[in-house]
Design a protein around this ligand. Structure first.
Ligand SMILES: [Zn+2]
Length: 108
């Protein structure tokens, strides 16, 4: 099963689990299991530092290609936010990794 695809559809594209399971042509319980497994790996990665690094006061994806931002107010989470599960500015839990376009390195 493609855990990356599950995360991409559910957390990046924002699909419901039903929509995403249809897209991946698997049952919803299976999709839920794949997604849970993928999220668990990401959580481990975050804690162990595999997924992100910190640069210029911001959380960045490990390859430097994106930042963690609030979907609702576009606030970029920085090191001052010790809890990455919600937006310190508006309180939204609707956060996502925002990948910069290739060749474009976001605001310095
Ligand atoms: Zn916000």
């Amino acid at each position: 099963m493609d855990e990356f695809e599950a995360i991409r559809l559910a957390d990046f594209e924002g699909m419901s689990q039903r929509e995403a399971s249809v897209t991946m042509q698997i049952s919803q319980p299976t999709f839920n299991r794949v997604l849970s497994s993928a999220r668990s790996k990401i959580a481990k990665g975050l804690v162990q530092g595999d997924v992100l690094r910190i640069e210029g006061g911001r959380y960045l994806l490990e390859d430097g290609s994106g930042v963690l931002e609030c979907v609702d107010c576009r606030y970029t989470l920085d090191m001052k936010s010790d809890d990455m599960s919600f937006c310190p500015k508006c309180g939204s839990t609707n956060l996502r990794w925002n990948r910069w376009e290739t060749g474009k390195r976001g605001p310095a």
